[in-house]
Design a protein around this ligand. Sequence first.
Ligand code: NAD
Length: 447
Amino acid sequence: MKRISIFGLGYVGLCTAACFAHKGFKVIGVDVDSERIKMINERKAPICESGLNELLKTSVESQMLHCTEDCNYAVKNSNVSFITVGTPYQRNGNVNLKYVQSVANDIGKTLRKKQKHHLIVLKSTVLPGTTENIIKPIIEKRSGKKCGLTFDICYNPEFLREGSAIEDILNPDRIIIGEFTRKSGDILERLYCEFYGQKTPPVIRTKPSTAELIKYANNAFLATKVSFINTIANMCQAIPNADVTIVAKAIGFDKRIGPLSLNAGLGYGGSCLPKDVKALASFSKRLGIKPLFLKTVEEVNNLQPHTLLKLAEMLVGDIRGRRVAILGLAFKPNTDDVRDAVSMKVVNGFLDKKAEVIVYDPMAMRNAGKILKNKVEYASSAIECVDDAECCVVVTEWPEFKTLRCEDFIGHMRTPTVIDGRRIYNPEEFGRKLKFAAIGLGRRTND
Ligand code: NAD
């Protein structure tokens, strides 16, 4: 039976662990957070991801997944160790590698005592050269062994989207393997073939530094699409009767462009795109290549939440003292993650203008509360949130917000005014029945 260990049980690590266990691999999960380990071993998911609870329940019950803080035990009892710890961005433009380095140290020390071959697979997002120049030397030094002999390292980036992490792990578009030696790439490719069987996606094998760059290029391109369509959205707002959703649909039919990641809105957020675009721009600068393009993508994104505030002022006038309902705090639907979420910029924008803010999110209230504390009021449903509000803004496109009708706003709000930051409402109907504005929607002149 294949035995693997996974270091770092966050969004990437825990979902990967649950999927491997579900596919019949014996998985040992390792984390430094004892509370998190206890929860997982009790079959409770510490994060919200669709399908994760069910997978955890069966895999922990069947003992295919077991979590521990004991690195020694994990390395001794597995042939492959995945590293999936966080790599946050630092203000100085570098990626903070302290968690990855700490795991590399721990694994290296343990390898000193292990005779059998061990493969280490780094999945965390790191800049080109990191695996070769930072991680490999740490493990070689700590283990006293040479990479390519009794142990190997591969870089294998992860592309899952929070909110559909399990689905994405089970059905990836491709697998990228960055390898120092052919043997290590073969081991990892075989492992994935065993995991996916007939459904194995295209596998691209290359050098670690190319694999590292692929991950950043991928995220930077997605961010580019978002900033591009938001630029068009801003133009639409200034053109009577224009609508960005129609523009996006039309250009999305062009095979060279494609329909995905072309949703105009409040910009990209979350724990990956913002930090990865920033890190790639800093890296480019260090290479002596001015990151003009990436800087523009970032600048467009930073300005986008202000568009919403401008629309609010256009509809309600002075915001000071007005009661504003915020629908959605998670950085995207189906997750409880608020790291670098646009919602925080929107809430703070309204607070700066001295509005009275009430918020609601189906999953992210607990995480948002840790950041917003007592600066805002918290509602326990969408209807409670809009009740008596003078302006409502949709920040996250949760399915349950899509089911709200004009009458729900009219029946509960003090002054029914809705700003659709994610283009989930029918502009004709909402524009006719209440005060309404939306990102990428030009002023209607035909009604
Ligand atoms: P996360 O912050 O959710 O989880 C990281 C986990 O690592 C935490 O549970 C933490 O306690 C644990 N940890 C820290 N130090 C440790 C150590 N020394 N040993 C064992 N565990 C330790 O992180 P995440 O969002 O899952 O992201 C992980 C990596 O994957 C990052 O590099 C990220 O950029 C990349 N990534 C994330 C996503 C995503 O959607 N979240 C998608 C693709 C790639």
